[in-house]
Design a protein around this ligand. Sequence first.
Ligand code: NDP
Length: 451
Amino acid sequence: MSNNVYQQLVDEFMARVKVKNPGEAEFHQAVQEVVESLIPYVEENPQYKHAKILERMTEPERVILFRVPWMDDKGEIQINKGYRIEMSSAIGPYKGGLRFHPTVNMGILKFLAYEQVLKNSLTTLPMGGGKGGSDFDPKGKSDNEVMRFCQSFMTELQRHIGPDTDVPAGDIGVGGREIGFMFGQYKRLRNEFTGVLTGKGLEWGGSLIRPEATGYGNVYFAQEMLKTRGLDFAGKTVAISGSGNVAQYATEKVTMLGGKVVTLSDSNGTIYDPQGINAEKLAWILWLKNVKRGRIKEYVDKWGGEYFHEQRPWNVKCDVALPCATQNEVNKQDALTLVKNGCYCVSEGANMPSTPEAVEVFIAAKILYGPGKAANAGGVATSGLEMSQNSMRLNWTRERVDQELHTIMINIHKTCQKYGTEPDGFINYVKGANIGGFVKVADSMLAQGLV
Ligand code: NDP
């Protein structure tokens, strides 16, 4: 079949998705990227086509939308929306994070849940895909307000989740504090102490290395990509965006491997430190973001360097870029600038941080480009390891969990290589991750009949 015929099938598929899911731009974007890789594969493997696997995977198994009323410190009533998208349970209980951010809407959560299905499959662990959250903004709220919100949110969510049904975790705006409040409320309402959430504190069922896992895993994935060209992190200049959980631990691991991280950012701007963000500076950033809950621009007052207001890090010259903030934070112009400045490796800690036009630039330039669903799968993989430890009522050592994480990231890289290597030897990680994640889910769906 020619490329034109494939393109026509993609266009027809996307026209149907857009009619069925109007106004959900991020969801359309995520589906388009996946079906562009998968339609040729499905045409060559007609068992998937006849069973309409792609069409079924694009429709969530269940969508839950609910009211979250809570009272602020002034005694005023506030109302937010709560969501849980249960996308696929083909290979295990629904699994995926909760995001608390004012931009949260149905389209964003459906894109995240859709990506999560393939990502979870890539980890090789038995986890289906889901995502949820709220348009609640934890920024500027007191701990008591965050607690009241989390309790109200969980009062409804608890009836839909459970350790064998749906196991949420953190994401943007949901860290250890929020998971703690939600776990406490779940336990109180259900009268059971189970592994219903991951990202828990160490004293109450959490796993060592879970906080580090997404950032470390992303760097392990980048390390594997670099190896295919005989390279490593030693002496390399690395630009990272974001300054939250994923960015913090990506910075730590790059530094441990001898690289120099020169940027971090938040939604207000970017800091640039040409000397590199060493362990001492990073420890201060963890305090700034996780304890003081301050802004990244405060870094330059303390440690020097430059602050670029309302700019992203991508104008800074680097060898490796790790986008670790949010979706669509690398556009075509950013991608062109990165490539022009000599960047040869982009590994996504965030979900869908590169726009489709940016991805085209990376693939056309044949640089090492690791899409989020492969490169940031270490977080959910380690959540899977937390679930295993909860089931066994055991705690593994730091070394053991880190070793398991590292092995999983190496294996995800191998899967991408298997399905994504092109005739000239170039590894198209987008194609590799999409097909590699798809096969297990699709075969399970075939085996389980029309459900
Ligand atoms: P955090 O809330 O800890 O940090 C998010 C960071 O990104 C903050 O620095 C935040 O800045 C910045 N950010 C958020 N929204 C925007 C925006 N609209 N524009 C610019 N900057 C923004 O979240 P995480 O570190 O956990 O998540 C970061 C990314 O990684 C997300 O895409 C998430 O889906 C993905 N991810 C996370 C996993 C995890 O285990 N936590 C697992 C896999 C993927 P500010 O403080 O100004 O909002």
